[in-house]
Design a protein. Structure first.
Length: 87
C-alpha cells in the first residue's frame, strides 16, 4: 500500500475518530466547568487538529498530496502515538 492510501485509511479509521471523541469529551467537561480556560484552549487545539486532518483528506481526494508529504504526516502520527505510549 502506498503512503497516501495508508494515510487516508489511518485518518478515516482511527485518527479522526479519536479526535472527534476527544472533542466530545472536552465539550462535556466544558459544559460542567464553563470558566476553564485550559479546557477551552485544549478544545481550540483539537478543533485545529481536526481541521488539519480533514484538509489532508481533501488533498488526498483531489490527488494533490505528495508521497513525501504523506510519509512526513505518517511519521508525525507515529511519533505522537509513541509519545502517548510513553505516558
Amino acid at each position: 500500500m502506498n503512503s497516501i492510501k495508508e494515510l487516508e485509511k489511518l485518518l478515516k479509521t482511527e485518527v479522526l475518530i479519536q479526535v472527534n471523541e476527544e472533542i466530545k469529551t472536552i465539550e462535556k467537561f466544558i459544559s460542567k466547568q464553563k470558566d476553564s480556560e485550559d479546557l477551552k484552549t485544549h478544545l481550540e487545539y483539537m478543533l485545529d487538529v481536526k481541521k488539519y486532518y480533514e484538509e489532508v483528506l481533501v488533498h488526498i481526494e483531489k490527488n494533490i498530496l505528495s508521497q513525501e508529504d504523506a510519509v512526513k504526516i505518517l511519521q508525525d502520527l507515529e511519533d505522537m502515538s509513541d509519545d502517548e505510549d510513553d505516558i
